[in-house]
Design a protein around this ligand. Structure first.
Ligand code: G4P
Length: 295
């Protein structure tokens, strides 16, 4: 899929972000890494580990309303095996959000104990939120900071413009000072990001993308695909994505004047329905296929 892995890749940008994050690390206690629960591997910035170094971290699997619950639990267990605390939540409804602050406190338990021993009882906990574009960072911060979104005033030594938000008494969030890009140069990663809509469609060929998605769904979620679009499994077993797309357009009566199939409309329908989980909750990055994943 040529269009996908040639998407703007800004190494210069990344270096700048890396430097900015590194400069802020000394001001924060922990990092909240937001990942998309449908694609925990593909939605992770490839340089994240080296950027945040040894900072205590908490993984937040966001958009869990659209991922398979059992698979999300497996991801949380896998991360736990690696010594990383992870929680699942959904910023659309706010479900699971109440677990965030307690989870951060668990991650920082030793530190908090040490502060208390030094008499720093009410010390504010400061957490940096990181994640690739579209993972739900703004929704997450808005949800947590709510009405009291008041920005904490610039602190000494902090570059002006850093976005601090107060979540509650003694708990501040720092929005990432820069943009963390996903691993666009890995074709499989780029495709998954495009499927879920994390890459702007205007840089992609919609029909081509929908065709690739249909082949993917045929290979990984055949039942949901066939049920939704009234397809016969044997008919699509060896079919090209475009042929499946035409079949869907035909089944849905999507025709243009003259009787040809309106494949562009069919493509938009397939993409929209997949992205809104109308086809069902689907986790594209399976734990067992992501052995190398480490955060
Ligand atoms: P960002 O700051 O990381 O770039 O992401 P942002 O919060 O803008 O969220 C990107 C999109 O994902 C938004 O949808 C947002 O509503 C949606 N979103 C965020 N968290 C969740 C979640 O937990 N579940 C679901 N289902 N969706 C979530 P949008 O279509 O771009 O905007 P809008 O329709 O909300 O206006």
């Amino acid at each position: 899929m040529e269009e996908m892995h040639t998407i703007q890749w800004f190494p210069g940008h990344m270096t700048k972000t890396k430097r900015k994050i590194e400069a802020q690390l000394k001001l924060i206690d922990a990092v909240a890494v937001l990942l998309d629960a449908r694609i925990p591997y593909a939605s992770c910035n490839p340089d994240l580990r080296s950027i945040i170094n040894n900072k205590p971290r908490l993984v937040v699997l966001n958009k869990c309303d659209m991922a398979e619950a059992a698979e999300t639990r497996r991801w949380i267990a896998k991360l736990k095996e690696q010594g990383v605390t992870a929680i699942a939540l959904d910023c659309k409804t706010g479900s699971g959000l109440k677990n965030f602050v307690p989870a951060v406190k668990t991650v920082l338990a030793d530190k908090i104990q040490a502060w208390q021993a030094k008499g720093m009882k009410g010390r504010t906990i400061k957490v940096m939120v990181v994640g690739i574009p579209n993972v739900g960072k703004s929704s997450f911060i808005n949800r947590l900071a709510g009405q009291s979104r008041a920005k904490v005033e610039d602190r000494p030594g902090v570059t002006r413009g850093n976005q601090w938000f107060t979540v509650g008494k003694g708990f501040d969030l720092l929005d990432t000072p820069g943009v963390l890009w996903p691993k666009f140069d890995d074709k499989a990663v780029g495709e998954k990001l495009a499927y879920i809509g994390s890459v702007k469609d205007d840089v992609l060929d919609t029909e081509h993308l929908a065709g690739r998605l249909l082949e993917y769904l045929r290979d990984h979620f055949p039942q949901a695909l066939c049920e939704r679009y009234k397809l016969v499994p044997e008919d699509i077993a060896a079919a090209q994505g475009y042929t499946i797309l035409e079949q869907i357009g035909k089944n849905r009566g999507m025709l243009v004047a003259g009787g040809a199939i309106h494949t562009e409309r069919a493509a938009m329908t397939v993409l929209d329905e997949f992205r809104s989980a109308t086809l069902g909750r689907m986790t594209l990055d399976r734990v067992e296929a992501c052995h190398a994943f480490k955060i």
